[in-house]
Design a protein around this ligand. Sequence first.
Ligand code: UTP
Length: 295
Amino acid sequence: MTHKPFKAVIPAAGLGTRFLPATKAMPKEMLPVVDKPAIQYVVEEATQAGIDDVLIIIGRNKNNLSNHFDSVPELESNLAKKGDQEKLEKVQRSSDLADIHFVRQGEPRGLGHAVLRAKAHVGDHPFAVLLGDDLIDERDPLLTTMLEQYERTGAAIVALLEVPEDSIHLYGAAAVETTEIDGVVKVTGLVEKPAKEDAPSNYAVIGRYVLSPDVFGILERTEPGKGGEIQLTDALQELAANPDGPGVYGVVFRGRRYDTGDRVDYIKAIVQLAADREDLGPALRPWFKDFAANL
Ligand code: UTP
């Protein structure tokens, strides 16, 4: 299938109320996971999948986010003078990563509304949506598989994670049928945050999507849904229900994923990623063992 190159859209305009007061003056996507803000992992994931045009949807406190992806001449010349190449590279990495753009979502009216704000920038390119508070471990790549499935089907692609029945009410849930490809399912229906008894399955939609620009036309007429917000899930349900279109497919993810918008998962992400790191792991692992033994 020939099409224009993929762009990436990272919505980061939510209120982050679960992290108050830390998110009073800072978006939750800027919270550090070990020593990098969560959103930098997400931008790196997009670039590793070959996407170098990234649009971040920002809300209030936008300066924090845009500053992070700008160069900081004062700090850089200070580190250069000291000859601290290692730290200098760390500072420069975020500004050299990709071609990063910003657009404002005036009011947080839901994920669907945030994605719609990307319409002018995305134009007629297909695009990936990566939620800025959802981290996929770089050792378990997901986005590349999703882009391949878009190439194969021309359909909207969602990432699905099997979750315990008791947690499905926290996610969009998908009704699915198997396909001839292991780990790829056809999505026949989607419902946002269903009660356990109404969920069509325990396949939860997680924060990665690959979409055609046709979705903007649907989002423009999507009415507010669950929680009074314009839901991306509702627009995708319309695509899944259209017998004349390419539909929606799901890539089932079985790797490591951290929902850094949730406090418990955020702490787990820091512990796991730090324990695995060469520079921090050796000092931390024995301490974790001791700590756990005394709980
Ligand atoms: P969440 O529902 O997890 O974000 O949205 P939230 O509302 O900020 O979180 P809490 O519950 O108050 O703590 C999922 C993603 O969609 C973005 C968020 O920034 C997050 O990455 N989002 C959500 C927007 O960009 N705009 C919106 O209007 C809503």
